[in-house]
Design a protein around this ligand. Structure first.
Ligand code: BDP
Length: 610
């Protein structure tokens, strides 16, 4: 029973074969959590079909179901796969999973947005039909990530109360693969970059699953877009020197192919192939520097959310979203509020979009907003509760490591977001933050800047933890949740007050807006520009942008949200959150054209000289 622990994306190479298990699986809810007792791991009777990848919620009667659920797929595994190790890999099962092969448990995984894999060689019958079964569960608690609560409604039915504003979609949300690979594998690799005029250096480092064999040797080769070899080197770590390298940037997303070969006395043991971009990212003073040049972020907070798929990988939707972003002159987004499907980062690498990569670190405060379902019964502040440090912190640390392990080789990833809107008002938050921020810098070979988003009015005067961020990120809703109303003058005063406070604090760091927005009911127009109307959304953004332009240290604007998205129902949510500038099916609200005008005229290096 081994979790192979490799986050490398499944690839077909000279030594590896990947077989997709996406498609139709069998599905069944288990409200009494009695499936295992009843041997459902052997045979899932009275099941119904379910497609993978997708969330099951849109395909069942009780879309709000909370508890255990089961998936099963019967598949004949070819004799041809016998000679190598066989691994099963799930892109994500939300929020936890136990996997069985032919009724025998092969492993468990906690966390709904990360890949996991198990070596199943000893559990399968080669040449015969095998039963793959997954017992999933979508419950939340104070010590899960994201956080939430389980309760029972008046009818005695178990429900989940998320401490976050997106629907708790669940199921096998991402692709499933069978991977045939050698026993001794290239387990991981990482790169860092040095841009030196005409020559760029790619420093690489490789990790093997077993390394105690003296006969083993490693070769690393780098190819350009035309498949010409541009550099190569030997050994577990080394330098690839590239003459006249094409640096990766949103305007020129040039990718090199890296081929890593493990040989034993010149016999090829393993080969892994990937794509990398040569670029540097750092913070200097109040600037974010990409390849040494100041970059201004224009874009969005988003969700993986689409009709029918729920939170399931929907690549066509993704491609359309990227097309719309580029068309509008945007250059970036944040993976609010969890790691997205791996294919999304691959597309961003290819298309040239910058990503602030956020883990599922949301809900680290018990909200009092009734629309988020909080009962207000928890009186102790989040970080004051002992289990936050004893139970959640170790798991959070592991999740930060895993996130960075999974995504560190993507040129598109330029920053880590380590919390969304935590409660930073108590002293007890400080040691927790310190650990999390240290973990990120220690885990990332590229030492990317780290951030987290500050909510409400939290800032210099009342946040005890803002100093940990390399880039200050604000989620602000002046004019919506506070100072609300058609007359936006109060909102303008507050936004100025806020930014003046940051200015006077002399933090000398870049500050970006990671959320600002107003719910807008598509099709609703108002001469007076009332809240919820298209005109309000336009006036709201016009105000924010005018003010952003007055402050040189504001180095980015990522509005909330790219598209309308599904949330838990509530008195402030009409079919979900309506702050999208596109509807859920990606029709533009009028604001889209204002933003397109602004962003296509703001260069990527806007405010470089300020
Ligand atoms: C912020 C959250 C985001 C919400 C947004 C909103 O970070 O998840 O969807 O507010 O209320 O507090 O629209």
């Amino acid at each position: 029973m081994t979790n192979t622990q490799s986050f490398l994306f499944p690839r077909n190479t000279a030594t590896r074969s990947t077989i997709s298990l996406d498609g139709i699986w069998q599905f069944k809810l288990d409200p009494n959590a009695s499936g295992e007792e009843n041997s459902w791991q052997n045979e899932l009777e009275d099941s119904s079909p379910m497609t993978v990848p997708s969330s099951f919620n849109e395909s069942i009667d009780d879309y709000d179901y909370a508890g255990d659920y089961w998936y099963e797929k019967k598949v004949t595994i070819s004799n041809l796969l016998k000679s190598q190790r066989l691994v099963i890999r799930f892109g994500a099962v939300t929020h936890r999973a136990t996997v069985f092969i032919n009724g025998i448990e092969v492993g468990q995984h906690e966390g709904g947005f990360m890949p996991f894999s198990f070596d199943i060689t000893d559990y399968v019958k080669f040449g015969y039909e095998n039963t793959i079964t997954v017992k999933g569960n979508n419950e939340l608690s104070h010590t899960t990530l994201p956080t939430g609560q389980v309760f029972f409604d008046a009818a005695g039915v178990k429900r989940v109360r998320p401490y976050f504003d997106f629907f708790n979609y669940a199921g096998i949300n991402r692709s499933v693969y069978l991977i045939s690979e050698p026993q001794n594998t290239i387990r991981d690799y990482s790169t860092t970059y040095e841009l030196k005029g005409d020559k760029s250096i790619v420093n690489y480092s490789i990790n093997l699953s077993e390394s105690d064999n003296d006969n083993l040797s490693l070769k690393v080769s780098l190819y350009d877009k035309n498949n010409n070899l541009v550099a190569d080197s030997d050994g577990l770590s080394g330098k690839l020197s590239v003459s006249k390298a094409h640096n990766w940037s949103p305007d020129s997303p040039y990718l090199y192919k890296i081929v890593i070969q493990l040989t034993d006395n010149s016999t090829l043991i393993d080969e892994y192939i990937d794509f990398i971009g040569i670029r540097t990212i750092e913070v200097m003073g109040d600037k974010i520097l990409l390849n040494g040049q100041s970059i201004y972020l224009k874009g969005f907070g988003r969700h993986e959310d689409s009709q029918a798929f729920g939170r399931g990988t929907n690549l066509a939707q993704q491609k359309q979203d990227f097309h719309l972003m580029k068309w509008m002159g945007a250059n970036s987004f944040r993976t609010s509020h969890y790691p997205y499907s791996e294919e999304i980062y691959q597309l961003a690498d290819e298309i040239g979009i910058l990503i602030i990569d956020e883990g599922p670190f949301v809900g680290l405060q018990e909200l009092s907003n009734p629309f988020l379902g909080s009962t207000g019964e928890i009186k102790e502040m989040f970080f004051d509760q002992p289990k936050t440090t004893t139970e959640l912190l170790p798991y959070h640390i592991q999740m930060v490591k895993d996130l960075i392990d999974r995504d560190k080789n993507h040129p598109s990833v330029i920053m880590w977001s380590l919390f969304n809107e935590p409660d930073t008002s108590t002293d007890s938050a400080v040691p927790y933050f310190k650990k999390i921020f240290e973990t990120a810098i220690e885990s990332d070979p590229q030492k990317r800047p780290r951030t987290f988003t500050l909510y409400g009015k939290q800032g210099v005067t009342d946040s005890k933890t803002y100093q940990f961020a390399d880039v200050i990120a604000l989620n602000r809703y002046y004019g919506w949740y506070s100072e609300a109303g058609t007359n936006l003058s109060d909102a303008a005063v507050e936004l100025h007050r806020d930014l003046d406070e940051w200015k006077n604090s002399h933090i000398n760091k870049p500050l970006i807006f990671t959320e600002y927005g107003a719910d807008t009911l598509n099709g609703y127009s108002s001469v007076n520009g009332e809240m919820w109307s298209a005109q309000f959304q336009q006036r709201y953004y016009a105000l924010y942008h005018k003010i952003f332009d007055e402050y040189p240290f504001v180095k980015g604007e990522q509005l909330w949200n790219f598209a309308d998205f599904k949330t838990t129902e509530g008195i402030m949510r009409v079919g979900g959150n309506s702050k999208g500038i596109f509807t859920r099916d990606r029709q533009p609200k009028p604001i889209v054209y204002d933003l397109k005008d602004r962003w296509t005229s703001l260069p990527n290096n806007y405010k470089a000289n300020k």
